[in-house]
Design a protein around this ligand. Structure first.
Ligand code: NAD
Length: 460
């Protein structure tokens, strides 16, 4: 994509924004409804495209790329008026008579750049609050999921004039060309390495950014758990989309007292989910491309107790568990982003908390325990973008919760009202009537009476 093309896209959108059309709440509502209708009409094509891009099982595709988007749209349509209304807040006595409010206003033109693993959800879910908040948007899906990127472009083109919302498909050169332009917000989901490039480009225009990044999300298991339920919930989170999920449990920290039972239950869960040969299961995805296939394969070494098999032609890597992993193991050097679960044993919860806290802050942290004291300790002492207690990944699906990282796993939040606020300027407004004025605030200050000075000295 030529520089002149990206310039033309952004300039058309800026013109549309400045026309004031998107300030109208009904205009925004109609846009969201058109988006919902277009997603509904194309849901079968989306599921098929996701199958083509990474062998995504139909149910996983529907759940994580279509269902999530439809429910975010429904919530935004339902809450649009409430979110856009001025929010009255307290006015301190020294400002009285006055009233104070927060008035959300749109930012302008937003750029949304997405990754390949949930290639529709991770551009559509930020687009919804961008539109609800009254912005125009340019969407750049990942080139590594080309079939989904194609359907995404068609969905958007059928629902919107390109001066309002448009898709710019292509590789990183398209993203770079777009990043040359001045946007009013950039919402990026992907790796930290590219996140730094995005942030640097944004800094040239002082454009605010949201960075939804990844990292190594730990899963801590204490001995007091229901082992079978814990194993199934961990295996589901790990092997959903063949582990290519930013919030998948990356590695297991398991108390020595329960490790043997948990590993046996995990082996049983994998078999219950995918049968004796997961390669034949319709419910198990493939690795997105050869580069990632090679990368994940290189992490499988040592004490492989489940899986380990692979097939280059179909980009298949079996659900795999590696026991007795040390911090120096290659699987602990980077985010795994594949169906490989390294297992590290610990003796005390202190040790587990220290292990997590010594590393970069993760996007998610999972804790399995029935002990509320242990739960409170982990929640208080180990930082993460989000947490599930006694489950994995489900916090993502609750739009009442903010979703996003902390530290190296990113910054800025979205989902539900949090997304609306991310794409808004929360303008602070104080309103005063004319019927009263305190002359003390005006110079010359020395005109204050002695009594007033004494009061001020007493108060401050
Ligand atoms: P990626 O960084 O390779 O690519 C993401 C997007 O960036 C693509 O659209 C790509 O075209 C663009 N891009 C690539 N190189 C670029 C460059 N030099 N300049 C500008 N844009 C460029 O990420 P990925 O491999 O697609 O995604 C995997 C990562 O994303 C993992 O780390 C994962 O944890 C993370 N992730 C995070 C979330 C979240 O919600 N926090 C969700 C999914 C994935």
């Amino acid at each position: 994509m030529e520089q002149s093309e990206t310039e033309a896209i952004v300039s058309a959108q800026r013109g549309h924004f400045e026309s004031g059309a998107t300030r109208d709440i009904e205009y925004r509502r109609q846009g969201l409804v058109r988006l919902r209708d277009a997603v509904q009409a194309n849901r079968g094509r989306l599921v098929a495209a996701l199958k083509e891009d990474m062998g995504k099982p139909a149910w996983e595709a529907y759940l994580a790329d279509v269902g999530t988007v439809l429910s975010e749209i429904d919530l935004a349509v339902e809450m649009l008026e409430a979110w856009t209304e001025p929010r009255r807040v307290r006015t301190p006595p020294y400002l009285i008579p006055a009233s104070s409010s927060i008035r959300p206003e749109p930012l302008g033109v937003a750029l949304i750049i997405g990754p390949w693993n949930y290639p529709f959800d991770l551009v559509a879910s930020p687009l919804i609050p961008a539109l609800a908040a009254g912005n125009c948007a340019v969407v750049k899906p990942s080139e590594l999921a080309p079939a989904t990127a194609g359907v995404t472009a068609e969905i958007i083109a059928s629902a919107f004039d390109p001066a309002y919302v448009t898709v710019a498909n292509g590789d990183h050169r398209v993203a770079s060309a777009l990043l040359e332009q001045r946007f009013d917000h950039i919402f990026y989901t992907g790796s930290g390495t590219v996140g730094k490039i995005v942030m640097e480009a944004a800094s040239k225009h002082l454009t605010p950014v949201t960075l939804e990044l990844g990292g190594k999300s730990p899963c801590i298991v204490e001995p007091d758990v229901h082992v079978w339920h814990a194993a199934r919930r961990i295996a589901w989170g790990k092997y959903f989309n063949a582990g290519q999920t930013c919030i998948a449990p990356d590695y297991l920290l398991v108390n020595a007292a329960v490790k043997k039972d948990l590993l046996a239950a995990l082996r049983r869960a994998v078999k219950a989910f995918y049968g004796d040969d997961p390669a034949k299961s319709p419910d198990y995805a493939r690795i997105v491309n050869e580069r990632h296939f090679e990368r994940v394969l290189r992490l499988i070494e040592g004490d492989v107790v489940v899986g380990g098999e692979s097939d280059r032609d179909s980009l298949y890597i079996a659900p795999t568990i590696i026991d007795n992993v040390t911090p120096e193991h290659p699987a602990m050097a980077e985010e795994i982003f594949g169906p490989v679960l390294p297992v590290i044993e610990y003796e005390s919860l202190d040790e587990a908390i220290r292990f997590v806290s010594e590393r970069e802050k993760p996007l998610s942290l999972y804790l399995f325990t029935r002990d509320s004291g242990k739960k409170d300790r982990v929640l208080a002492e180990a930082s993460s973008g989000g947490t599930c207690v006694n489950d994995t990944m489900l916090h993502f699906s609750n739009s009442a919760l903010p979703f996003g990282g902390v530290g190296a796993s990113g910054f800025g939040k979205y989902h539900g009202r949090f997304g609306f606020d991310t794409f808004s300027n929360l303008k602070a407004v104080v309103e005063r009537p004319f019927w009263q004025d305190v002359y003390l605030r005006y110079p010359p200050y020395l005109k204050m009476t002695g009594a007033v000075r004494r009061i001020i000295r007493h108060v401050f």
